[in-house]
Design a protein around this ligand. Sequence first.
Ligand SMILES: Nc1ncnc2c1ncn2[C@@H]1O[C@H](COP(=O)(O)OP(=O)(O)OP(=O)(O)O)[C@@H](O)[C@H]1O
Ligand code: SF4
Ligand SMILES: [Mg+2]
Length: 336
Amino acid sequence: MTTAQDGTAVPTDEVLLRATDVTKHYPLRGARRVLRAVDGVSLEVRGGETLGVVGESGCGKSTLGRCLVRLTELTGGRVEFGGQDISTLSTRRLRPVRPGMQLVFQDPQASLNPRRRAGDIVAEPLLVHRYGDAGAVRRRVAELFDVVGLAAAHLDRYPHEFSGGQRQRIGIARALATNPRLIVADEPVSALDVSIQAQVLNLFADLQEEFALTYVFIAHDLGVVRHVSDRIAVMYLGEIVELAETEALYTAPAHPYTQALLSAVPDIDDGTLADDGPPRERIVLTGEVPNPADKPTGCPFRTRCPYARERCATERPRLAPGASGRQVACHFPLAG
Ligand SMILES: Nc1ncnc2c1ncn2[C@@H]1O[C@H](COP(=O)(O)OP(=O)(O)OP(=O)(O)O)[C@@H](O)[C@H]1O
Ligand code: SF4
Ligand SMILES: [Mg+2]
């Protein structure tokens, strides 16, 4: 058990978020096909842990993140938060659930209203959720600024008057305002200089410890998520192809796609290839990522997989549990 911002006990290690066969399909204008942005994702996130989600651009990470906090309607499947199925709740019923789950966006510049002062931006969720009178809101905003390392003098400034890292701190303060238990952070450091990335990642880590937060942390490369994740889900064309404890995934990737991603990971600490673990040969994937509206039959990765065999073209591999909680969707996994 740990203690949340509002003083309530938070059970850790219990499943806080459970997604079951979540799909999000977008209809294509003038075509019978659909774009399979998220295509049958099942995962669990335990209280207090960080689940990293990685994959190339367009693989469905943001769409999945939005499905998990019900910022977009699901096409199919279900999402449970704190044991409650939130995927079919009406807007009215969803309202009391919303404060508990928040999203931090990739681009702090685009996600903050340029015409509003930083203090008002952070106050907005408090007003929406009727936190208290004007004095209580002001005190809470000042407290949140302090928590994310912004000065009181910053309250009246506009977003353009901040650096990228400071703007992301405003976004984080806004997400924290309603005492969430879960934060889905969608590439929260990708838009920042490398030197600033580490500071913001450290802030995420400190906040998690202080407020017993649970994170789903989205990134497009494995370098960033390694430092913050307990477990990592690797996505390809709307599906999770591997989900494993971070160290297990780094030392012995089981899915050929994970292996390829990993072979090109620059370590965030020194900008060079990670030198721990077994030596890695750089695997350059050939071929384009297929269109999610026109996914290959069988294994979605088979058009780029160096290990593809006949079976891969006909039979879709399912994400199956393996040793030590690892799950992998491959007919011929590289590790157990
Ligand atoms: N509102 C939408 N309407 C139609 N297609 C969409 C919509 N949102 C996303 N898509 C498509 O769904 C797929 C997944 O997009 P998504 O933004 O989730 O990927 P991503 O992994 O977050 O990519 P990136 O790393 O570039 O942020 C892409 O093919 C994208 O074009
Ligand atoms: S199922 Fe076949 S094509 Fe797919 S990742 Fe495994 S070996 Fe490669
Ligand atoms: Mg995205």
